[in-house]
Design a protein around this ligand. Sequence first.
Ligand code: AN7
Length: 347
Amino acid sequence: MYKGLIERYKDYLKDIYFQNIITLNEGNTPFIRSSNLKDITGNCNLYFKYEGANPTGSFKDRGMTAAITKAVNDGSKSVICASTGNTSASAAAYAARAGLRCIVLIPEGKVAMGKLAQALVYGADIIQVKGNFDEALNLVKEAAERFPVTIVNSINPYRLEGQKTGAFEICDDLGKAPDYQFMPVGNAGNITAYWKGYKEYWENKVIDSLPKMMGVQAAGAAPIVEGRVIKNPETIATAIRIGNPASWDKANAALKESQGAIDKVTDDEILEAYRLLSSKEGIFAEPASCASLAGLIKYAKNHDLSGKTVVCILTGNGLKDPDTAMDVEMDLKYISPNIDDLMNVLS
Ligand code: AN7
């Protein structure tokens, strides 16, 4: 039986491979070949890494199994995080499983409904902050100085250790490293983690090349692209509504070392990718996740990608954010329960 990513990649997670592993059998997510987007993605060989299939519906579970395992084994009794939603859902689930108190600070009114529902049912202490994610994260850091609590945001290094396994799985499935990896960037922990994973596989000669890391931010929340803190970030992709990323420097290092690039996409481009992914590929990912595909489509407009192996990371499940789906796709038909009405609307 599959026992989760710490067990699978224990040789690369020696610090975290304890007796008492807190796991929901996260990882081992679908790696899906794209079949219907060739013309708009530069004729590349495109794959999606569908992280929405993780136990709480996002890639955060990779980091959380590691961070919570470490916290428990260090004797911690409570954990805290700021979150645009997915981190809080994941932290709440793993903390529940471990018997820890979980405190989550979220920007008021800016967390997708599914994520909030998750934190609620998993039993976290939910605190809505009248401010944005960056302000909530500052509060979390200050709180951790005043009382004994473990921060499980991606400034916790064990989060990145867990998340680097996404890169391992891609290489294991492909039998090599991809040429390009497109991914959304918010707090920039995940791009840092993936790059670390690829480099570790390369150093251990599992792969003999490295991908270009291609970060994508939302146009209204693009601090790294613009090289400045964004005081009031705004985007429909609330998961990446972040104006002052904690791992900014590490993300820049990953971009530079991999000879990659970072760009921004508009909310319209994100929604277009969201529709294409679901209606052409049958994959439902939340808006922030679709920034990766939007970024690839934009890049392919003036770069030749034919024959290249490209991976888009789809970081979170579309079911997390039903409101966006209903806003975008609201075209429901209503009939009385008789066959003539049905034939009418179908013709
Ligand atoms: C679906 O949950 O920051 O660049 O607090 O939920 O590693 O921050 C979420 C981030 C991409 C960006 N896609 O990853 C949080 C949070 C989805 C996300 C990102 C997030 P990072």
